[in-house]
Ligand binder design. Structure first.
Ligand SMILES: Cc1ncc(COP(=O)(O)O)c(C=O)c1O
Length: 421
């Protein structure tokens, strides 16, 4: 009797387990990706390629401007759109010449390419990096003493930049980084702020130009409302603004720059009044997967990695104790195997639908294994599309961006170079 119930129990457990198997997810490319693949083929492309969909990019810019325009100035976060022609397209469509930069060689490239740009640093740089900017600056219409604001975070750094400005006899507008709750550095006390303001006031070549207070944490907290964290961050911003205004009195800059925001948070300021006067954002214009957030629901994915399939197998085999057969028996989405040209990027498979990485086989930057169901009919030389999880570093890994527009690859856009040509 006992043995019988054991058999019945095991069979029931097996049956239940079978019912709990992952569902079939796979499907061949939807028309959007079939057309994109055809466009890449027509352009004779056959290597991992970063694609930007221009009409979706422009739609995202319109969406952003619809939220921001008129109420705040818009600053383009260049690190998240790391290509001069891409930045040029965003500047033209948004009407903004304000750029936020995070990397010294890119500052030189922007200054050379966009002489009308207004540049704010998004992070404090070693003073030697600032010196290297001036060393490599080839002159031209861009005027660093009016158009380039360094970001400073401590009295020590103010002193270092003052010494550099003295030695170069170079005027330098500077902004201060505020800690409005992210706790990634920046001004944290009134004393520190006053000390930094006094150092700038005493300096012959530095001038105080404004604040930057970045607050992405407000939409990422596990408990509490984003609105409550926003209000707390803005109260801190307002406090430092009040302290600085009353300390500087008539020396308060007439056209002060008060920066805040980023892609995840910029729509948190759709209504209400806030202490800043410009919002920064970049990633939401191409929307990598890290930006699939409720606050960016009206932005569309506009960037993909496209990579050719090298090999297509009807099974899943894993060397050694072959657990591939068990994996594919359990999960219909592991019935087939595809190896792609390159891989292991910061990216998630997007199309064909239902492709998955295989952690048992492992990841590869050379030939990445992807598994998919029998509903996926990829052949060698077909394309697989992935969505980057972030844009800033991923975009730099593929050479020129392929600009997809009107059903074809309309342009190629070089990405920023690590060393200026
Ligand atoms: C200072 C600062 N502002 C704004 C941003 C927002 O950039 P994005 O819109 O690409 O998220 C960042 C991103 O790291 C940042 O560091």
């Amino acid at each position: 009797m006992k043995r019988r119930s054991l058999i019945i129990g095991s069979a029931a457990a097996l049956g239940l387990g079978w019912l709990l198997r992952p569902g079939e997810q796979g499907a061949d490319h939807a028309p959007y990706f079939r057309d994109l693949g055809a466009a890449l083929d027509s352009a004779q492309l056959a290597k991992p390629t970063l694609v930007v969909d221009r009409s979706r990019l422009l739609a995202n810019i319109r969406t952003l401007c619809g939220h921001v325009d008129g109420r705040f100035n818009y600053r383009i976060v260049a690190k998240s759109l790391p290509s001069l022609p891409l930045l040029g397209a965003v500047m033209e469509a948004s009407g903004s010449n304000r750029l936020m930069l995070f990397h010294q060689p890119f500052i030189n490239q922007v200054a050379a390419q966009f002489p009308g740009a207004d540049i704010l640093l998004g992070k404090p740089m070693p003073v030697v990096a600032a010196h290297n900017f001036y060393r490599q600056f080839a002159g031209g219409d861009f005027n660093p003493s009016r158009q380039l604001r360094w970001l400073l975070d401590t009295p020590q750094r103010v002193a270092q930049y003052d010494a550099l400005a003295q030695s170069l006899a170079q005027d330098m507008p500077v902004c201060f980084e505020l800690d409005v709750g992210l706790h990634r550095g920046g001004v944290r006390t009134d004393e520190q702020l006053v000390q930094m303001l006094d150092l700038v006031t005493q300096s012959r070549h530095l001038s105080f130009s404004g604040f930057m207070g970045y607050e992405p944490h407000i939409v990422k907290m596990p408990v509490g409302s984003a609105e409550a964290y926003r209000d707390k961050a803005m109260a801190v911003y307002q406090h430092y603004l009040d302290v600085a205004k009353s300390h500087l009195g008539s020396r308060w800059p007439a056209e002060v720059l008060l920066n805040a925001g980023g892609s995840p948070t910029y729509q948190m300021y759709n209504a209400g009044s806030y202490p800043f006067n410009e919002l920064a954002a970049g990633s939401c214009l191409v929307k990598p997967t890290d930006f699939d957030l409720p606050t960016l629901a009206d932005h569309e994915a506009a960037c993909y990695i496209a990579t050719p399939v090298l090999k297509s197998l009807d099974t899943l085999e894993i060397p050694g104790i072959d657990l591939g057969a068990v994996q594919s028996l359990w999960d219909p989405n592991r019935a087939r195997t595809f190896f792609t040209y390159g891989g292991y990027w910061k990216a998630l498979p997007e199309s064909p639908r239902g492709l998955v990485y295989n952690s048992l086989f492992g990841r590869s930057t050379n030939q990445e294994m992807l598994n998919g169901s029998r509903n996926i009919h990829l052949k060698p030389d077909d394309w697989v599309f992935l969505r980057p999880t972030q844009s800033e570093f991923v975009f730099l890994q593929f050479g020129d961006i392929a600009v997809y527009d009107g059903g074809s690859i309309a342009e190629r856009w070089p990405v920023f170079a690590e060393e200026p040509a």
